[in-house]
Design a protein around this ligand. Structure first.
Ligand SMILES: *Cc1c(COP(=O)(O)O)cnc(C)c1O
Length: 398
């Protein structure tokens, strides 16, 4: 079958809820993917940062296969011998006392919302059904009905109402606006420390510290969605570290499995997570032994291969090279670590299409922004190779 055969099949039988680039990948290793025609591409999206460790990382693959031979799913009706190790690894690596595992990122966000509300009622004593959570405009937290209800992007929310009440939207980066929306029924502020889908939007210096402070002053939980920004992508374990804050709840997913399996979790303190009692929240697959074994290895690889430091150093290098490209359509290069947004004054899609022809896969976000977020195992030489191609494309489309 040819590329066109696969595309036709997909378009005919699959829902059109995505508009992918016309490349049909059949294999991948590290930062490189290969399509059905045998053409190789440098992956500069890394599955929205789910493959920070590189595609099909050999050590994670081994953990995956070994565990799959033993036991994959017990449900949480019984215990398994991998979940406790996963909990311990998360605590040791992040400093958070406890965690609650789920599968997709959106489920972990839902979990954070439920824990925040329950904490609001049981600990803060908010009157029943009055709890409010303040979120940011331009947010992306997933695709469930509750979550899209507080999106400000019509693509995400239009036609999916009625929307769940209890969410208040404040202006991202504007601490005064957040402060003005707090009242005695506010249980949490939920934000991304850097907005990924929003286009790698970094809030003004001090914003996260101010949000943390208003949370402390008003007895409000500070919840950070680090599903995309976390686990090394930003050049720190967590992007919130750039401001030295300590959120009450941290949401992680994506790279938590290195791309092998959907694994997500929320991290928090014992005091907060103990508001959920047995039977009050869960998931058939959440915390299963296959997920736990894969996640432990995925976290170990981040440490063993020094991926956080790599991301920081190579990110600085990549950005400096991008900034040196002289092109009137490039308005701004911004980012943290190997998480870079190239902001254009024109549509980004044609550039992504042409970069694909040159052997680089990336995806536009918000029409005019190209995101470069390769697996963190990328080398300096591979970045140099990419820069050459990127320059070529910008010169051609000038
Ligand atoms: C990807 C993402 C999610 C949703 O994760 P899924 O696994 O796709 O449900 C939530 N928040 C942020 C910041 C994300 O980038």
């Amino acid at each position: 079958m040819t590329t066109q055969d696969y595309i036709q099949l997909e378009e005919k039988y699959g829902a059109h809820n995505y508009h992918p680039l016309d490349v049909v990948i059949k294999e991948a290793k590290g930062v490189w993917v290969t399509d059905v025609d045998g053409k190789r591409y440098l992956d500069c999206l890394a599955a929205y940062s789910a493959v920070n460790q590189g595609h099909c990382h050999p050590k994670i693959l081994e953990a995956f296969i070994e565990q799959a031979k033993k036991v994959t799913l017990t449900s949480r009706a019984f215990r398994n011998d991998k979940l406790p190790i996963f909990y311990k690894k998360l605590a040791d690596m992040t400093g958070y006392e406890m965690s609650l595992p789920m599968n997709s990122g959106a489920e972990a966000v839902e979990t954070a919302i439920k824990v925040s509300r329950r904490w609001g009622y049981d600990i803060k004593k908010i009157p029943e059904n009055k709890a409010e959570i303040i979120v940011a405009d331009g947010n992306f937290h997933g695709r469930t009905t509750t979550i899209v209800g507080f999106s400000t992007d019509p693509m995400s929310y239009r036609g999916f109402g009625p929307y769940a009440p209890g969410f208040v939207i404040a202006k991202y980066g504007d601490a005064d606006d957040f402060r003005s929306k707090i009242n005695e029924n506010t249980s949490a502020i939920l934000i991304e420390p850097i907005q990924g889908e929003g286009g790698i939007v970094i809030p003004p210096e001090g914003f996260l510290r101010e949000v943390e402070q208003m949370c402390r002053e008003n007895n409000v939980l500070f919840v950070c969605d680090e599903i995309q920004s976390g686990l090394g992508r930003s050049g720190r374990l967590f992007a919130f570290e750039y401001e030295g804050v300590h959120p009450d709840i941290v949401i992680i997913g994506k790279a938590l499995s290195g791309g092998f399996y959907p694994v997500s979790a929320i991290l928090s303190s014992r005091d907060i997570l103990m508001v959920i009692k047995p039977g009050e929240h869960g998931s058939t697959f959440g915390g299963n032994p296959l997920a736990a074994a894969v996640a432990v290895k995925a976290l170990e690889v981040i440490e063993e291969e020094n991926l956080i430091q790599r991301s920081f150093e190579l990110g600085e290098y990549f950005m400096s090279k991008l900034r040196a490209i002289n092109n009137p359509h490039i308005k701004l290069v911004r980012g943290r670590g190997l998480w870079i947004g190239l902001v254009l004054d024109t549509k980004a899609r044609p550039y992504c299409e042409m970069l694909k022809e040159e052997g680089i896969l990336c995806k536009e976000t918000h029409e005019t922004i190209i995101r470069f977020a390769p697996p963190l195992v990328i080398t300096k030489e591979e970045i140099d190779w990419a820069i050459e191609k990127i320059e070529k494309v910008f010169n051609a489309l000038n």
